[in-house]
Unconditional design. Sequence first.
Length: 380
Amino acid sequence: MAGRKRHSAEEIVRKLRRADELIAAGRTGEEAAAELEVSAATLYNWRRQYGGVDTDAAKELKELREQNARLKRLLADAELEKDALREIAKGKMVSPTAGRRVVDMLKEVMGMSERFACRAVGLNRSTYRRLPLASTPADPDAATRAWLRSYATRHQGHGFRRAWAALRFDEGACVNIKKVHRLWREEGLQVRAHHPRKRAGVSSTPPVDADAPKVVWALDFQFDSTVDGRAVKIASMIDEHTRESLLHIVERSITADRLVTELAKVFTTSGGPPSVLRMDNGPEMISTALQRFCADRVGISYIPPGTPWNNGFIESFNRRLRTECLNRNHWTSLLEARVVIGDFKTDHNRHRHSALGYRTPAEYAAACTHTHHPVACGTN
């Protein structure tokens, strides 16, 4: 079936003149329209638009109307584009993925066509329609992505480096750390980096460097509570050189005598005491019982009051224990807290650490050949 015929202004004027001749000869409007092969309604509309004008005037009038309609469309498109730019001005699009999300938003919220939304965003339509490889069944990294999501669920405080270490050394996967970083970002698994404030503090004692295993063991306490509101006190101690967690005490209250008893057990199982115990000025730390226990066998290095950054290794461990274990659990009993916190510390010793060349503390301690350079350090 033939499509509609579009008449030029000249043809319309000629047909109107022919219709006038036919009507003057006694034909009706319908008969004149039938002979001109148009409908009576079309003939009526032509008379209303072009009646009384010659060919040149009709052509000029049609062009003016078309130009006016085109200008109106351009103005409407410009206003719509301004609205779209105002809508997306707050964000910054640095990737095609972000551009696709913006185009989808404009189509859904503002009712824009795909063509207009892509033009407003500055994104090619072929780029918009091309699905990322990660969104298709042919994604070669689908298994790695699934493993990373599972790992992040089990270890919510870990970053991509520790995930890469587990994937590379524990799972035996030959994968580049930069690729793991990219997949980690694409899956939205980033962990907020902890940037402590830089502080300037001068220690009251000469600094002791943990340049070998069993040189400096850092000791500290932190608190939590069970669901009934009763306090839970946790004692932790790590070797600053190997990062190994050495002490596990979870009680309602920890006295100096209980601390001394547990330290004696750790010294026995670890093959002897370290050179230095680093700690703050808490009541259990400055007690007479601990002073007597450490006399002539291990040095005590107290950090200046109010300067936890001078005991950074144990503070870092406590932060990890807080974010990855304490903040994620509610203790119904003291026994539950003991079991879960003990499992966390054991798991910490089995995990690979970037500071140790992605080895576990036990592996690093076994391979470590560093020797300690003695320094003068006594009880303050």
